[in-house]
Design a protein around this ligand. Sequence first.
Ligand SMILES: CC(C)(COP(=O)(O)OP(=O)(O)OC[C@H]1O[C@@H](n2cnc3c(N)ncnc32)[C@H](O)[C@@H]1OP(=O)(O)O)[C@@H](O)C(=O)NCCC(=O)NCCS
Length: 219
Amino acid sequence: MATEQAESGAAGFQFQFTKEGEVPVLETPHLFGYILGPWHADDIIAIWNDKSTSRWMADPEGEPCNHEEYLENHSTHPSEVTDGRSFIFYTKEDRVPAAFSAFYDFDTSNSSAETSFCVVPSFRGRGFGTEVNGAAICYAFESTHFQCHSLFSTVVTENAPSVACTERCGYKKIGIRRETHRLEGRWYNEWLFDMLAGDWLAAKAAHPALSGIRILHDI
Ligand SMILES: CC(C)(COP(=O)(O)OP(=O)(O)OC[C@H]1O[C@@H](n2cnc3c(N)ncnc32)[C@H](O)[C@@H]1OP(=O)(O)O)[C@@H](O)C(=O)NCCC(=O)NCCS
């Protein structure tokens, strides 16, 4: 498998996109974040396909993610992926899969991207949602490869925990998208949020959970 000289981190560090060589690229107060690779298939598919998660994510009534589709989308060395980064987070304490976050559809014409996140049900309510949403935002704004200028996110207005995490990370409500989420025969409205780098830096300075986020390897 390909290896690449990381542009930050210890001198001589080689980023290996292999299960044996994987290193965390992000650290939050309670979690280590890894770039999704083929070997994370079982853990991440279980996270995405949980019904209490998928009901609030994009395309809630679509087919559940399967291994074939996952491997098609997550087997490329990150140095060749230019439209964003997807992360899986494991607890620092006992390396249990706990959460996912991502920024994606990076648009080079305006340096903007969209973000998304979710937490395994048994780990909710401990601040992990804020940590992993913040981690993806941090990477999008601060990694040398992206240096996003703005980010946006949509959240179903009735998804109160997600609205809380999204605002805490510095996102601002800029409007409502009407009837953009269809679930179980009902249409839901979504908040449209956006943020600039300054909003992220202010949120990071204000909340210990966010100031504890670090990029360990800028890939
Ligand atoms: C949204 C989600 C990631 C939050 O994860 P989490 O680890 O519980 O998040 P946190 O603990 O960091 O924060 C949750 C916040 O929501 C608040 N909250 C929880 N339930 C709430 C409710 N019913 N009403 C209002 N606020 C609520 C909590 O009080 C907390 O805010 P606080 O820290 O100010 O008290 C998680 O619920 C999830 O994965 N949901 C399904 C997928 C999803 O909705 N993803 C986002 C798609 S946009």
